[in-house]
Design a binder for this molecule. Sequence first.
Ligand code: NAP
Length: 279
Amino acid sequence: MSLNALPITFIGAGNMASHMLSGLQRAGFPTNAILVTDTDPEKLQAITEQFAVQTTTDNRAAIQQAAIVILAIKPQSMHSFAIQNSTAFAHSPLVISIAAGIPLEKLHQFFGAIPIVRAMPNICVSIAEGNTIFFAPQLEVSLHKVADAFFSLMGITQWVLDEEQLDAYTVLTGAGPGYVFFILQSIIDAAQTLGISEADAKKAVLQLFSGATQLASLSSSSLRTLQQQVTSKKGVTEQVIETLNKGHMSALFALAFEKAYARGQQLQHLMEDELKNKE
Ligand SMILES: NC(=O)c1ccc[n+]([C@@H]2O[C@H](COP(=O)([O-])OP(=O)(O)OC[C@H]3O[C@@H](n4cnc5c(N)ncnc54)[C@H](OP(=O)(O)O)[C@@H]3O)[C@@H](O)[C@H]2O)c1
């Protein structure tokens, strides 16, 4: 089945919808055939100007004509969206929810026994360098292929068999660009204390990360071996690593991830409590 021939609807014209449309456009996908909805006509105006997509504020009509529906709204908007629109899914389109922390079981409670995939992309989809993790253990093979082919246009894809893994990847790759940018900026700030201008440091640091990550992907050596190759005894690299180790950088990362995962679970429970109170 050709993806180009499938009617696709995005619910929500926010950040992630824009990043995905940008990646699809880069990949040469005909974005002018995609229908995007939002509650805010101004956001729809902006997104159609940027990506030449079709737009509407009528969610129900947009769902009813779709073969694939991408749910790109905030997790906290999902319940009220479902209350208003669940009956529009009666024709069983393939639903792909990119919402963090809404379990598949809950999505089925909202939308019924239709094919649903949970996907966790990241903003690198905007340059077709994303890493999208999927969870949908019961999905038909043909629909599995459709979801995979669609997100493969925007980067690499990976399927997990355990929903907790998807939540773990939400911390690692979904949120990843945020802390990577933070780390890059911290290194750029540190470079300035050595007298390198911010612009020059940014250029150098981006090339450093790009070169080092490409080398690590192409090399058959482990990251530890590569690190040892540039860490001569009593040398400059050793000094940097020693200082970072004294600051317990690895332990700090483990703690940050543990806390972020717990935050995700906490938000999930809060959402479930809110739903129970509304019932
Ligand atoms: N940002 C990331 O890096 C990232 C990465 C992976 C996954 N995600 C997931 O992606 C989803 C979208 O995130 P985002 O950052 O793109 O959010 P966002 O910028 O807030 O975009 C969501 C859009 O949907 C609109 N909306 C809300 N209810 C709607 C409804 N009933 N019908 C149509 N449109 C509706 C919102 O309007 P209002 O603003 O008026 O509510 C907003 O314009 C979230 O569930 C998030 O967990 C995000």
